[in-house]
Write a protein that binds this ligand. Structure first.
Ligand code: ASP
Length: 322
């Protein structure tokens, strides 16, 4: 009995290694923590499609929408750590922990890191019928109508929540916030005139801005973006303190074997070298991280630095969810 145990363990170890080495033999699911049609979904779909070739298997996107994007990470944390379920998330992985008193996942201990994908600026946009035509007019309009103006976001912990929090603190005025389970549905309501304004990634707003479907008041980046050359930054218009970039990254459940993670890293890197992917991201205002950041180590460092950066800012704002 005692002699057989190590042999059984060895057999199991060999079986797991062999499975990891054969990986992948079937479809891989990339979980998106927000609704379809939104910016995170767009970044994910471009990447998933481009990873299909180097993976040799289809990579499909599965939306797990929830306000704040908190259910997607939980689903992936609880998935089998075999590489067939992975997570794409954004800056929310660094802001959610400071905002939720009861969170059922820990970004630092429940995941294996794959790498950083891209960084996307946000835009302050308004419904077509909003009377304000520029930032100055928007600020005057908000101040004069602060009891009836509505701001749409994707729930506490979302990038749009973070941006709204910074924006309202920078202008010294709070307005009524309407939460959605992603900014895809929020954009539909903005276009329909049910909400007044929002802050969303250029990956979702570029088409609407270029098509003249929404009003635009400024970018949250330090510099203008090539895809929207006429849109000024908030900073250059004198509004300081609302600067934020939305970075995206890939994760796998804790305990996913190293050979599997290595394959996922290689496939992500190959996808991000693809000219079509780079062009698509650039056209949407996204900046792909350089190759030395497309690694598990760089993601771990970045996540830790971002957690440390945002925790005191969020604490100062005094916002919490249960
Ligand atoms: N833009 C959303 C956010 O505010 C997420 C999304 O719908 O992709 O985080």
């Amino acid at each position: 009995m005692f002699n057989r145990l190590p042999l059984a363990c060895m057999t199991l170890a060999v079986a797991i290694t062999a499975t990891a080495q054969d990986y992948p033999t079937r479809t891989v699911t990339m979980v998106v923590p927000y609704a379809a049609g939104g910016p995170t979904d767009t970044v994910a779909r471009v990447l998933a499609q481009a990873m299909t070739k180097p993976m040799g298997q289809t990579v499909v996107v599965e939306n797990k929408p929830s306000a704040g994007g908190i259910l997607g990470p939980e689903q992936v944390k609880n998935a089998k750590p075999d590489g067939y379920t992975i997570l794409i998330h954004h800056i929310g992985m660094a802001t959610i922990p400071a905002l939720y008193r009861q969170l059922r996942f820990n970004p630092l201990t429940d995941f294996e890191y794959i790498g950083l994908v891209n960084d996307v600026p946000m835009t302050i946009i308004g419904k077509p019928a909003l009377p304000a035509n520029n930032l100055k007019e928007l600020l005057a309009y908000i101040k004069a109508n602060k009891d009836k103006v509505t701001y749409a976001n994707a729930g506490i912990g979302a990038a749009s929540h973070l941006c709204g929090m910074l924006f309202m603190s920078a202008i010294g005025t709070d307005v009524l916030t309407v939460p959605y389970k992603g900014t895809g549905p929020a954009m539909n309501d903005l276009l329909g005139g049910q909400v007044d304004f929002m802050c969303d990634q250029t990956t979702s707003t570029t088409g609407q801005i270029k098509g003249g479907k929404v009003k635009v008041y400024g970018l949250t980046s330090k510099q203008r973006v090539a895809s929207l050359p006429d849109v000024p930054t908030l900073d250059e218009q004198g509004l300081k303190g609302a600067e934020v970039g939305i970075w995206h990254a890939l994760y796998a459940p804790k305990g996913t074997p190293k050979p599997v993670i290595d394959k996922l890293v290689a496939a992500m890197q190959e996808a991000l070298r693809d000219e079509g992917v780079r062009k698509r991201y650039t056209d949407l205002g996204a900046v792909t991280f350089p190759p030395d950041k497309q690694t598990p180590q760089a993601l771990e460092q970045h996540l830790k630095a971002e957690l440390n950066k945002w925790a005191p800012i969020i604490k100062k704002a005094g916002v919490y969810a249960d």
